[in-house]
Design a protein around this ligand. Structure first.
Ligand code: GCB
Length: 612
């Protein structure tokens, strides 16, 4: 089998229907069983109909779908299972099973055969299952999904064994939703197929250019009985504009296409070209794949963040994938509604805090011209923040070299999945890790290299926490952009916005001295909707407004601040705790997306601001 790729990253193309490809969606109700005792594998649960009367929905977190605490608070594996008819027309085709995510790790069986395992809850994985299916026949698909977080997972956590069963502990502030959060697909291609594409873009004057690199496999070797062997196929590419008019063509697995009178992708203008890739042999198109392309550049210049050489100012939020009933399950209706609210409020950007979001979100952001900071699931690498001051975060007993390998793989998988999205302008490789010690510096230095090697075209950063202020943080030296989460006037100087304003400005001015662009990636105040006061009173709607106004006065006095992203877009679920009332209430919208008073304040500011 000839392989035309020199990359180490996971190689995959998102399933799509084309003239040569066909998908079958496996969403819906699947049989479901808890397996806290980890008996399922040895007992061969995959080999027969799962012994359960529960059926749960995919895509969704399983946690909130029933009314039972044992499901909501389950720790350990669960099993999903269903049958699917493999289309008769797929005879002679290569058949692939693709899961858009399984949180946090999974093993998959097709019939009795184990076909793939994957670590990490927010990136896709797939297996060639041709040998395990018969077109025209049904097949059983079983997925064991494990939500356990350990010191070897990203995000990390620890399971405590108690008299009442295992309890999952972790150091991040959102509920540990788990399950099959995104779609599952079966798809078919020709045995000779495209495997991968990377596009990078640029422009000079009115000419744009698109550099592409395509991977492919030729299928069974020469002389194979199915006749698919023979001469190596060739790659042909066609670039079309948004009206479908052909603007450039190319041949070969790599090349540069020139786009005269280019229509750039820009914030607020999600203009996309369509790059059709074809794998051709003897005049026959064996495989066809469509890749959207936004022609744009991103660059840091001193303390400026440039998109298409224009200074860009980020307005928007840190978000979560978090919904009533669905948990972290992807919902197209909510995606459309959230983006409508972002546009209503004048946000031009958001951060995929604190994990890679559904690929539908990125596709839609591309089309809407929304700008994304794309984050890995490395959140909570900071034991001290959650009362574990006795234990170092980075040590052989806690987060160690093995964890770093998992983290590196998470970075590679994020970049491999999202590098062709024009909406992504900045990688965030971690949120609020411990960053004051030599161990933190040693842990992170190689991870920045991993990110830059995977994508030399975008700036890289991580999100700094207030516990590592300017002068104490040993990791921000590796960043192209400084990203800060700060809560002056909330967690410190609570209720005293005048003192908060002075302290915040003093710290920001220190950071500004680095000469790098600064994005304030979190600032926010918990707000209970309907709570009011005439005097500055935390938790009231008026306080959230005054708190945001104070922050904005500070940002407007410091030229190096190139972005403001409020924490959070909407209220979201957390673990129970004495500083959380039915979840984290820092949303500018409630969990069911009703505006708090602050939404109108932000709308007035952001709709009045012209980017740059
Ligand atoms: C943070 C975290 C975020 C929390 C937020 C808060 O710094 O990055 O995950 O939810 O603070 O509300 O405390």
């Amino acid at each position: 089998m000839a392989t035309r790729t020199d990359q180490e990253e996971p190689i995959m193309l998102r399933p799509q229907d084309t003239s040569t490809r066909e998908r079958k969606n496996l969403d819906g109700l699947w049989r479901f069983a808890l397996d806290g005792d980890r008996r399922g594998r040895d007992a061969g649960w995959f080999a027969r109909r799962l012994d359960t009367d529960r059926e749960l929905a995919v895509p969704a977190s399983y946690n909130d779908l029933t009314a039972e605490a044992e499901v909501h608070d389950h720790v350990g594996p669960v099993w999903y299972q269903r049958e699917v008819w493999v289309p008769a027309g797929w005879a002679g085709r290569r058949v692939v099973l693709h899961l858009e995510s399984a949180t946090h790790r999974a093993t998959v069986w097709v019939g009795d055969a184990e076909v793939v395992s994957h670590e990490g809850g927010y990136t896709p994985f797939e297996a060639d299952v041709t040998a395990h299916v018969t077109p025209g026949q049904p097949v059983r698909i079983s997925v064991e999904v494990d939500n356990t977080l350990t010191f070897r997972s990203i995000p990390p956590g620890e399971v405590e064994q108690t008299a009442h069963g295992p309890r999952q502990r972790y150091w991040h502030d959102f509920f540990n939703y788990a399950g099959l959060h995104r779609s599952v697909w079966l798809y078919a291609t020709d045995p000779a197929h495209l495997t991968d594409v990377t596009v990078t873009t640029g422009f000079a004057g009115t000419d744009g250019h698109v550099d592409y690199r395509v991977g492919w496999e030729s299928g069974p070797a020469d002389g194979a009985p199915d006749g698919t062997g023979g001469a190596d196929p060739d790659v042909a590419v066609v670039l079309r504009d948004a009206d479908g008019a052909e603007v450039a063509t190319g041949r070969g697995a790599t090349g540069r296409l020139t786009v005269p009178d280019v229509h750039l992708w820009a914030p607020g203008d999600g203009y996309l070209y369509d790059l059709e890739l074809q794998l051709v042999r003897d005049g026959t198109v064996l495989d066809s794949y469509h890749q959207s392309v936004g022609v744009r550049t991103v660059r840091v210049d001193g303390a400026r963040f440039l998109i298409n050489e224009q200074p860009f100012y980020f307005t928007g939020f840190g978000k979560h994938e978090d919904l009533a009933v669905l948990g972290k399950g992807h919902s197209p209706a909510h995606l459309v509604h959230d983006v409508a609210l972002l546009e209503w409020i004048g946000a031009n950007s958001f951060r995929t805090s604190h994990y890679p979001y559904s690929e539908d979100v990125l596709d839609y952001a591309d089309r809407r011209g929304l700008v994304l900071i794309d984050e890995t699931a490395a959140v909570g690498l900071n034991l001290g923040m959650f009362g574990r001051r006795d234990q170092p975060t980075f040590s052989p007993d806690t987060i160690d070299d093995q964890t770093r390998e998992v983290h590196a793989q998470a970075i590679r998988e994020l970049v491999a999945r999202d590098r062709n999205h024009p909406c992504v302008v900045l990688w965030s490789i971690a949120n609020e890790p411990e960053s004051r010690t030599a161990e933190a510096e040693a842990y992170f230095r190689p991870l920045f290299d991993v990110a830059r090697e995977a994508d030399p075209t975008r700036p890289v950063g991580f999100v700094n926490v207030g516990l590592a202020p300017h002068g104490q943080c040993r990791v921000s030296q590796f960043c192209d952009v400084i990203m800060l989460n700060r809560y002056y006037g909330w967690y410190s100087y609570t209720g005293d916005l005048a003192a908060a304003e002075d302290a915040w400005e003093a710290e920001l001015r220190d950071w500004a001295g680095e000469g790098k662009p600064i994005i304030v990636t979190e600032y926010g105040a918990d707000t209970y909707p309907g709570l009011h006061a005439t005097t500055p009173t935390p938790w009231t709607e008026e306080y959230q407004v005054a708190y945001l106004d104070m922050n904005h006065r500070v940002f407007d006095r410091i030229a190096e601040v190139v972005g403001e992203q409020v924490w959070n877009f909407a209220d979201f679920a957390t673990t129970p705790g004495i500083i959380r009332v039915g979840g984290n209430k820092k949303g500018v919208f409630t969990r069911d997306r009703q505006p708090k008073a602050a939404a109108h304040t932000l709308r007035a500011r952001w709709r009045g601001r012209v980017a740059g």
